[in-house]
Design a protein around this ligand. Structure first.
Ligand SMILES: Cc1ncc(COP(=O)(O)O)c(C=O)c1O
Ligand SMILES: [Zn+2]
Length: 417
């Protein structure tokens, strides 16, 4: 094991766990999430910007800050290193000085943010000598797990709810995964798989909610944004289910400071949910430190519809408080409008991934976002993953006779001159 990654520590009771433990939760407390601990001084001595920039642009540029064997090969499809796009029209629309979109949709290997983290989890599965991996998913995590399992030559079992889009289902099946669809909301699907793994009924490597290694991949959001901007934004908005993206992005900023790669004020972190299923928002608004489960209503933001984030929610509320951020729910019409607005900027995303833009609009209107701030919006899943839904928003063009009159008449009716 790398001497840079020191081991795991429980976020609840502080208990330490060995670095080579294929761990899930803390041994001492039933809901204790484990965090990865590193020797930052040793990393600082090895890692500088020149070294980093000489490496290929992927999450593995930051290998020293990931919990893997430094000398062993990794499982990769080229994840990370996604574009940070300055969007001046969107900045004007929202009413902020600078608005940047971190685009983890189109250029992520399986089309979503999950690739940053799944590459790490599947690398760990290979390190631990496991042959079969499993995940619980609202769609994207399953598609990512299936893709990385295919890459590594492992078997993959995906458990999902009935709201998972057909596009994501087909993607998992094309990668060769076994897909189990349960007639239950995601929170129950997740609990079902975790109890199957815990009871020892199956011997599959769990790459889902309790895998402490997987989430570390999300820290690379922070590293990449600082590398691109050469500063931190004032605010980051992230579509949130369990929201460990928010927690780990924040950890990434602390690590840049700890390794002396950067100094400055880290951004305020905003967790965005669909109002129809917003347990973290409810807890934040009520000033609670733990998140109570909710029974969600149907939402087009299926990827982030998780009614019971459990201990992840507690960690997210902690990060929101520490960073001076907030949590906000957005309505269905706002999500649809933001999805269309991003497309009109050339950024084609699924509805869940557009919630950050919808939230920025709201937060600017309420004054929470001041006009002079720099904002980064994480867009997290490609539009192809929910194409059937978008088809219902659109008018399919008629099939015309190939005559100039008919064609020009039609084109002019669309507003083109
Ligand atoms: C498109 C998309 N955005 C955001 C998220 C949420 O990420 P997190 O689990 O860190 O809240 C997901 C998770 O499923 C997702 O699929
Ligand atoms: Zn513990």
């Amino acid at each position: 094991m790398s001497e840079l990654f020191l081991g795991l520590r429980c976020t609840r009771c502080g208990a330490e766990h060995d670095a080579d433990r294929p761990a899930a939760l803390c041994r001492s407390c039933p809901e204790g999430f484990l965090d990865c601990v590193y020797d930052y001084d040793a990393i600082a001595a090895r890692l500088d910007w020149t070294t980093i920039r000489l490496r290929e642009s992927s999450i593995w540029r930051w290998k020293e800050l990931l919990p893997v064997r430094q000398e062993a090969p990794v499982v990769t499809l080229g994840e990370g290193g996604t574009p940070l796009l300055r969007c001046e029209r969107l900045a004007r629309h929202v009413g902020v000085r600078e608005l940047w979109v971190k685009d983890d949709a189109m250029t992520a290997p399986t089309g979503s943010l999950k690739d940053r983290s799944m590459a790490v989890a599947v690398t760990k599965a290979v390190e631990f000598g496991r042959r079969t991996i499993c995940v619980d998913t609202t769609g994207n995590k399953g598609a990512s797990a299936a893709g990385y399992a295919a890459r590594a030559g492992l078997a993959c079992v995906v458990f999902c709810d009935a709201a998972t889009t057909p596009e994501k289902l087909y993607q998992m099946l094309m990668y060769g995964a076994t897909v189990v669809r349960l007639d239950a909301p995601f929170a129950e699907v997740s609990a079902f798989l975790r109890s199957l793994v815990r009871s020892g009924t199956v011997d599959w490597y769990y790459c889902g909610r309790e895998n402490p290694y997987r989430y570390e991949g999300k820290k690379t959001y922070a590293y990449e944004v600082v590398e691109s901007l050469r500063r931190a934004p004032d605010v980051i908005l992230h579509p949130s289910a369990g929201s460990l993206s928010v927690v780990k992005t924040w950890k990434g900023y602390q690590e840049l400071i700890n390794t002396r790669l950067w100094s400055g004020t880290p951004p305020r972190m905003v967790a965005v949910q669909a109002a129809a299923c917003a347990p973290i928002v409810a807890a934040h608004v009520a000033g609670r430190v733990d998140v109570s489960p909710v029974v969600g209503q149907p939402t087009m933001a299926t990827a982030i519809a998780s009614g019971n984030p459990g201990p992840m929610g507690t960690l997210t509320l902690g990060t929101i408080a520490e960073s001076g951020g907030t949590a906000i729910g957005v309505e269905e019409d706002e999500i649809q409008a933001a999805t269309i607005r991003l497309s009109r900027e050339g950024i084609f995303v699924e509805p869940s991934a557009a919630t950050g833009l919808a939230a920025a609009e709201r937060l600017a209107k309420t004054g929470w976002l001041a006009p002079d701030v720099t904002v980064v919006i994480d867009v997290t899943g490609v539009g192809f993953k929910d194409l059937s839904r978008m088809g219902k928003w659109l008018d399919t063009p008629p099939v015309l006779p190939p005559s100039t009159g008919a064609v020009m008449d039609y084109v002019r009716r669309t507003g083109i001159r």
